[in-house]
Write a protein that binds this ligand. Structure first.
Ligand code: SF4
Ligand code: SF4
Ligand code: FES
Length: 555
């Protein structure tokens, strides 16, 4: 069926509401309480629109005027677009004078008791209320009474802070906990201007997805304890990426300031994570990017030396050639991109060895029936598609101990989890004649390495991961490094905040040391060149295009 929004014809589906049909066609109907994944509450009245339907003849056909035009009867009162179903030839006005005045009145009403908190509110700059007050308010208030005071800084759990003064009573948080978390824990108490959210028996929200209610809250009434007061959003850059902490690969926006990750939020992808992500992913994704990074290649040549990349890669090549191929083992990783792992299969062929495998990173207790999977890395299925098999760490440790493995080259695997359950790994690796690490973060085994080639994390290079449902997802850098400036130059590829773009060399925020690492695929490709393989890959996309041809449609 067709409907018309401000005279623009769009198609609509039976059963759809006006706001849903409009959203499908990228027409914004202002709203606070409506959320596409929650039941309709219809309580904010921000989505008031004029609605008209064609008059009908007694036989049910549309009545037409003398000019052959449909005769439209408008409802006397404005209707809420979030709870009014479409009908054929419906006319909707969003921007008529009546609607503009209604929205201004709603804004005036909502702002009556809202504190002037924007200057200290984490939501400022990304707040629906702030945006709408700029777009739809008349700019004044007739409210002369004293504003209500209400609860501030109430911890709903150790991750969420509630500020009742900022709440606009949209009930999204109540509906989210009830409908998505299946916990009847929040409700409104009191009436009128005394209304506030109450937790049943003051219980803490224990759910593993609780922080989604922060994104859901259209104002700054719910904020993240982790992020509070770290930065103003306009100082940050937000770029789209993928959570790598389990095999779901939830789509996220990563917020950075001065190249440090400060905030991670879910991004809608109906085939992967819908609108949500788990709290574990949100709170832990930044850790590997921000902390304990390895920088500058180093080789152990009687003493540990910092060297240039060419020197480090030559040294690594020479180490790889020192032993019989059967005594060399390549550890690939479910943390590596498909492009890296594809090049590793070529490297194994050049080394003339079948000794290539990965250590599975599995935690059965982490998995649930919502998003979280037992695979705690992003790309186990990508390895399987390339025919790289899992291997038990005990096999590696035993063969290192009995000197069957003499050279171990490890890519994108820090073993931090493995070491917790297999502490014997450290003394075994300490005895290895040749240990080569191409990894991004410090681990207890870095001190035993003969060569360390620091690698970029997923936040600093481009590639693909294959998720738990075998969906191949593309990711791009979210952090500016010397290696990915070309993405910045393309302007749209990597968004930079004001500080990142305009900061001068002598600005304080630009004085962090520049990290010196390379994408793992680049390092493997440089090694392959020393084996005489000149692939001419300039970007990860070049490798991906080749993989699509050579791997029988696995990618
Ligand atoms: S806390 Fe936020 S989400 Fe909950 S009712 Fe208030 S404004 Fe809405
Ligand atoms: S479900 Fe997995 S991929 Fe999604 S946010 Fe959590 S850890 Fe990250
Ligand atoms: S969005 Fe329709 S009433 Fe709130």
């Amino acid at each position: 069926m067709n409907i018309y929004i401000d005279n623009k014809q769009i198609d609509a589906k039976p059963g759809e509401t006006i706001i849903m049909a409009a959203q499908r066609h990228n027409i914004d109907v202002p709203h606070f309480c409506w959320h596409p994944e929650l039941s309709v509450a219809g309580n904010c009245r921000m989505c008031l629109v004029e609605v008209g339907t064609p008059r009908r003849n007694p036989d049910g056909s549309f009545l037409k005027d003398d000019n052959g035009e449909l005769v439209i009867a408008y409802m006397p009162k404005l209707q809420i677009a979030c709870n009014t179903n479409v009908s054929d030839e419906m006319r909707v006005k969003i921007n008529s004078q009546k609607c503009i005045e209604a929205r201004a009145s709603v804004m005036e009403f909502i702002l009556i008791n809202h504190p002037l908190d924007c200057s200290i509110c984490d939501e400022a700059g990304a707040c629906k209320l702030q945006n709408y007050s700029t777009l739809y308010s008349e700019g004044g208030s007739r409210f002369e009474e004293t504003k209500n005071m209400n609860l501030k800084r109430v911890a709903w759990n150790d991750k969420i802070i509630y500020d009742a003064e900022r709440c606009i009573s949209c009930s999204r948080c109540i509906r989210f906990t009830n409908e998505n978390m299946r916990e009847d824990i929040l409700t409104f108490i009191n009436r009128g201007d005394k209304v506030r959210i109450h937790r049943f028996q003051d219980k803490k929200i224990e759910n593993e997805y609780s922080m989604n209610i922060i994104d859901n809250c259209p104002v700054g009434a719910l904020t993240s304890k982790d992020f509070r007061f770290k930065a103003r959003v306009w100082e940050m850059s937000f770029n789209r990426s993928i959570c790598t902490l389990c095999a779901r690969g939830c789509n996220v926006n990563i917020g950075t300031k001065n190249n440090e990750v400060l905030r991670v939020e879910p991004v809608y992808n109906k085939d992967i994570n819908n609108y949500w992500m788990c709290d574990y992913g949100r709170l832990n994704l930044a850790d590997k990017i921000n902390n304990k990074r390895l920088s500058s290649p180093k080789i152990y040549d009687e003493t540990i030396k910092v060297v240039g990349w060419e020197n480090a890669i030559n040294h690594t090549f020479n180490l790889l050639k020192k032993n019989n191929p059967d005594e060399t083992f390549i550890i690939a990783s479910p943390n590596s991109s498909n492009e890296t792992n594809y090049l590793l299969t070529i490297l194994a062929k050049q080394l003339n060895t079948n000794n290539i495998a990965y250590i599975p990173n599995i935690n059965d207790n982490f998995a649930d029936s919502i998003l979280k999977t037992k695979f705690m890395s992003p790309n186990t299925n990508g390895l399987n598609a390339l025919g790289i098999n899992p291997i038990n760490i005990n096999y590696i440790i035993a063969n290192v101990n009995n000197k069957t493995i003499k050279t171990l080259i490890i890519f994108d695997e820090d073993f931090n989890n493995v070491i917790k359950s297999n502490p014997e790994l450290i003394p075994a690796f300490a005895k290895l004649p040749y240990l080569i690490l191409c990894i991004s973060n410090q681990t207890p085994i870095t001190m035993y390495a003969n060569a360390i080639l620091p690698t970029a994390t997923f936040a600093e290079y481009e590639g693909t991961f294959t998720n738990t449902d075998n969906k191949v997802q593309h990711f791009k850098p979210v952090i500016i490094t010397d290696n990915n400036m070309e993405y910045v130059d393309k302007n749209v590829e990597l968004k930079c905040s004001r500080l990142d773009i305009f900061g001068a060399k002598n600005d304080k925020w630009n004085q962090k040391p520049i990290m010196d690492f390379k994408p793992t695929w680049y390092i493997v490709n440089e090694l392959l060149k020393l084996f005489g393989i000149n692939n001419n890959y300039n970007t990860a996309s070049d490798i991906f295009r080749e993989m699509q041809v050579t791997t029988n449609g696995n990618f």
